[in-house]
Design a protein around this ligand. Structure first.
Ligand SMILES: [Zn+2]
Ligand SMILES: [Zn+2]
Length: 459
């Protein structure tokens, strides 16, 4: 976990006065009960409480009296419903109908999270609770990655009965870095004495036909920087424990480093995962804390002033990010696969047939080829890049990155659906990545479409 997140957890407070009962049911467009996420927000008394419906779509909470916004959602393919309600006495049951806006599974896109923790390491909830939260957040597949253990494996596999594709993994946690072994059946030895042992870890993962991910590479001091070590498959450029795409944060550095790797001609693909340790995201309510309380806690926790200055300079962005929550699938990776199997998911992750998002659905194509695929640019003066973005919140802009540089920036202020075709000059760079931005922290980024055949993989 990164330092900002640990700090926020440190600040979490608990309520002692519960007074009013609120209950409800969430159904889909056809009035069938669905498993969904329900959040109760009251900035006045500083409450941001997360709950999940049961298997019958029902929820029940007790809250201090006051004015609340109830926010119901089920991942990026569903609408987000917000209801204002005044709680003064026990209410009758409220009925929330949540429409599915898009069905990406029907187009072969499956969303998942390759980094989740349970009580078998330092997570707050048991395996079943985490699996249920994955379903409520609209994930199709999920990989359990507790630190240096696969004890949750049998329970995790049983989660398939909830309509989730469970895959087993391990966060191989060493003083030299954290590496996810994705799709394993046996524990990977995490003991390292020297840097070369990291190569041994990658080899052990590979022996199990699993894939190796470098986790949150820039989120800790003295962390994984030995990029000469080969044998990993994917790099986690977006970890939910740290604010996305904010200059100065680990995720931003990871993205820029990934661009450098791509510019060396190496096809390494990126992932986005929540690294969720608490499916109730209890620290989210800190978004409503006064800044002096946040800062004094930072002072106690960290002797150097860097973090304090950073939080002050980026206060609004940090609050929005914390309020957004850190749930399974925030962020997530969508993979393109012909069917939903562990093999197909892992293959698509390794090949980069994917995009990463905490909201916008980002589909890109050149000549019928998508992310992770190669397009022949031979003797072509221009190529057409087709971009489709669908979002349950308004979008702000779309950027096209070629060879690490922004080549187009398209203002889409307020739109939720954008269908664009943009001309690309192949001479400007041999790979294309597209980003979609909403109001911070809403963000999505694709894996690259390649425009030449001069790439090598690390294996
Ligand atoms: Zn880690
Ligand atoms: Zn982790």
């Amino acid at each position: 976990m990164n330092r900002v997140l640990s700090l926020l957890i440190l600040l979490t407070c608990f309520f002692t006065v519960f007074a009013v009962k609120i209950a409800g049911i969430v159904t889909d467009g056809e009035n069938h009960p669905i498993v969904a996420q329900v959040r109760f927000l009251n900035p006045e008394n500083g409450i941001l409480l997360t709950d999940y419906t049961n298997w019958f779509g029902r929820f029940q909470q007790e809250l201090p009296a006051g004015k609340y916004t109830i926010e119901v959602c089920k991942g990026p393919e569903y609408e987000i419903k917000r209801i204002s309600i005044e709680l003064s006495h026990d209410t009758e049951e409220i009925h929330i109908n949540l429409k599915r806006l898009y069905n990406l599974e029907s187009m072969g896109w499956f969303s998942g999270d390759a980094h989740l923790h349970t009580i078998y390491s330092d997570g707050k909830q048991d395996v079943e609770t985490v699996a249920k939260a994955c379903v409520a957040c609209g994930l199709s597949w999920a990989i359990l990655t507790d630190h240096n253990t696969i004890k949750g494996g049998i329970e995790w596999t049983a989660a398939s009965k909830y309509g989730l594709l469970p895959i087993l993994g391990e966060e191989v946690t060493t003083p030299l870095g954290h590496f996810n072994a994705l799709g394993i059946s046996e524990i990977v030895n995490w003991k390292v004495n020297e840097k070369q042992d990291i190569g041994r870890i990658f080899a052990d993962i590979s022996k199990q036909s699993a894939i190796a991910q470098i986790n949150h590479p820039f989120d800790m001091k003295d962390y994984f920087v030995d990029w000469d070590i080969k044998g990993y498959d994917v790099i986690e450029i977006w970890n939910g424990g740290s604010a996305p795409n904010l200059n100065g944060m680990g995720n931003y550095e990871a993205k820029m480093y990934w661009f450098k790797i791509l510019n060396t001609g190496t096809q390494i693909h990126a992932t986005a995962n929540s690294d969720c340790h608490d499916v109730y995201s209890n620290y989210s309510m800190l978004a409503f804390l006064p800044v002096d309380k946040v800062l004094s806690a930072i002072e106690k926790e960290f002797s150097e002033p860097t973090m304090k200055n950073y939080v002050m300079e980026n206060e609004s962005a940090m609050r929005n990010w914390v309020k957004y929550g850190l749930y399974p699938g925030t962020p997530r990776t969508y993979v393109k696969a012909t069917k939903l199997t562990p093999f197909a998911v892992l293959k698509a992750l390794a090949r980069g047939n994917s995009f990463m998002t905490n909201g916008p659905l980002l589909l890109i194509e050149i000549d019928g080829k998508g992310p992770g695929e190669m397009v022949s640019a031979l003797n072509k003066e221009s190529l057409n890049l087709d971009i489709k973005v669908f979002s349950n919140t308004p979008l702000e802009k779309i950027t096209v990155i070629q060879g690490g540089e922004i080549v187009q920036e398209i203002d889409v202020n307020g739109q939720r659906e954008c269908i664009l075709s943009k001309e690309i000059n192949p001479d400007n760079g041999s790979w294309i990545v597209v980003e979609a931005y909403g109001p911070y922290p809403v963000y999505a980024i694709s894996n690259p479409i390649y425009l030449s055949n001069s790439y090598q993989t690390t294996r």
